[in-house]
Design a protein around this ligand. Structure first.
Ligand SMILES: [Zn+2]
Length: 213
């Protein structure tokens, strides 16, 4: 294995989280402030692992009610039906709208679960100080951040379905209690990705060839 280049922290530098300037810390253990933009400097985001875990666990807790509680209540002259995400997927599939079924399944069930799994994987490998595949893990993290921007797709899908059904006569559709839990999952996973410090991925890798510290 080729030796990875040392991290800035190992070389005694600290990078500014806002403008990216590589700074010399004011004194040992006290990074001080960025001379260019004034942002308080930190070698690593404070309590990054603990805060990311808290968001991941909170999102995982909200994931269950988001999928088990109804996301919409449809009322016709004959009956009132409550649908969950999965019953919606099954409904779309059995009525021939398999493409819509696929979009809802991927956006609302698979992507949030994948994001939580990927964040947990990154956290566990960082906590174990794993040196394996740092480049792949860094790429995985960038992908998570990129997907985060499109996460509101979940909510758009629900709104889109609600809007579609509203065109039918003698029918009322209201969003169900699952919707706020869905929004919570989306927001909490974005916060989790923001709380995670990707520089932690490189710390153990740098130490195998460095002097530590
Ligand atoms: Zn700065």
């Amino acid at each position: 294995m080729t030796r990875p280049p040392p991290t800035a922290a190992l070389a005694g530098f600290v990078s500014c989280g806002t403008c990216g300037l590589l700074c010399r810390p004011a004194e040992a253990g006290k990074p001080g402030e960025c001379p260019r933009c004034g942002e308080p400097l930190a070698f690593r985001l404070p309590e990054s692992i603990e805060r990311t875990w808290a968001y991941v666990v909170a999102a995982a807790v909200c994931y269950l009610p988001a999928n088990l509680l109804p996301v919409m209540t449809t009322t016709t002259i004959k009956a009132t039906t409550e649908s969950t995400i999965l019953s919606g997927v099954i409904h779309f599939y059995t009525t021939g709208s398999w493409f819509l079924a696929l979009i809802v399944l991927v956006a609302s069930v698979i992507i949030p679960l994948g994001k939580l799994g990927a964040l947990a994987y990154l956290l566990v490998t960082v906590m174990r100080r794993s040196t394996g595949r740092p480049l792949e893990r860094a790429r995985l993290f960038r992908m998570l951040k990129a997907i985060g921007r499109w996460s509101m797709l979940d909510v758009f899908v629900v709104m889109f379905v609600v809007a579609l059904v509203r065109f039918e006569p003698f029918m009322s559709v209201v969003p169900g209690p699952g919707v706020p839990f869905f929004a919570a999952v989306v927001i909490l996973t974005i916060l989790a990705a923001d709380a995670f410090d990707p520089r932690l991925i490189w710390d153990p890798a740098g130490k195998t060839g460095g002097t530590g510290g």
